[in-house]
Design a protein around this ligand. Structure first.
Ligand SMILES: Nc1ncnc2c1ncn2[C@@H]1O[C@H](COP(=O)(O)OP(=O)(O)OP(=O)(O)O)[C@@H](O)[C@H]1O
Length: 240
């Protein structure tokens, strides 16, 4: 199987500052990668770089055979990147429904059931109940659901979720984890998930990579890291 995403020898950062150094990652179609690491190790910078929001200094990014590093930020959604940034970026002055319909793109020919606002409401019934509420009137968890829904209706090839569970109540975390599992496992959408709750994300991921100081210091299966909690703690700098 050829990789959906191939990142090779990537270096990137902000202006002259280089944050990511020689990062290589590959992801097969339909698979999920958990991207882990301590604070400030470059996880968000990696996601931002896939989305085209940083300065790339070197290396290459290929999505579905297309050289993404040559595609500017405003064309990356059309190129297949569904980005849910840490700050969620929903339109706060539009209703839930307007948020979804404003960005919806037709599905790709290879998808039997494209994501539409209707399907997003099935996935997140809470959003269906809030259709006419403004983005600014939603709770943090509902905003996160809307941000995920907005990325889905773009019908991306690769979904990027940057700390989707951050700051959310445990019951909402469970709802989101179930929904993410459905999107990836059942619907077969490829995803990269950055998270501070490693166990929860590893449990729904296929692969794992750990960043430290802008470099990949571990990569393998998610299962192997779940089975070796001491190794995981060591990689994440957690004292036992
Ligand atoms: N807009 C920016 N301009 C300059 N430097 C930045 C910017 N954003 C992040 N950095 C720097 O890049 C490095 C990596 O930060 P990044 O946010 O990618 O890490 P992270 O692993 O996602 O951390 P966290 O878990 O805290 O979100 C840090 O040293 C940070 O100070």
């Amino acid at each position: 199987m050829s990789a959906l995403l191939k990142v090779e020898n990537l270096s990137a950062g902000y202006g002259e500052a280089v944050v990511l150094n020689d990062v290589s990652v590959a992801l097969d179609p339909g698979k999920t990668l958990a991207l882990l690491g301590r604070n400030g190790t470059g996880k968000t910078t990696f996601m931002n770089t896939l989305a085209g929001a940083t300065r790339q200094h070197g290396g290459s990014i290929t999505l579905d055979g297309v050289a993404l590093h040559k595609t500017p930020l405003h064309l990356r959604a059309a190129a297949g990147i569904g980005w849910v940034p840490q700050e969620r970026n929903i339109f706060k002055s539009l209703t839930v429904d307007e948020n979804l319909t404003a960005v919806a793109r037709p599905g790709r020919a290879d998808r039997a059931a494209p994501w539409t606002p209707v399907r997003v409401y099935e996935l997140f019934p809470r959003l269906a109940e809030r259709k006419t509420n403004l983005g600014s009137q939603l709770s943090g968890g509902e905003q996160q659901m809307l941000a995920v829904g907005r990325a889905l209706v773009l019908n991306p090839k690769l979904l990027l979720l940057d700390e989707p569970l951050e700051g959310l109540a445990p019951i909402i975390v469970q709802e989101l984890l179930r929904a993410i599992g459905r999107i990836t496992r059942e619907e077969g959408l490829s995803a990269i998930i950055v998270e501070q709750h490693p166990q929860a994300i590893l449990a729904i991921s296929d692969q794992a990579a750990v960043l430290d100081r802008g470099t990949v210091v571990h990569s393998g299966t998610a299962r192997a890291l779940l089975d070796q909690p001491e190794l995981l703690d060591k990689l994440l700098g957690v004292a036992r």
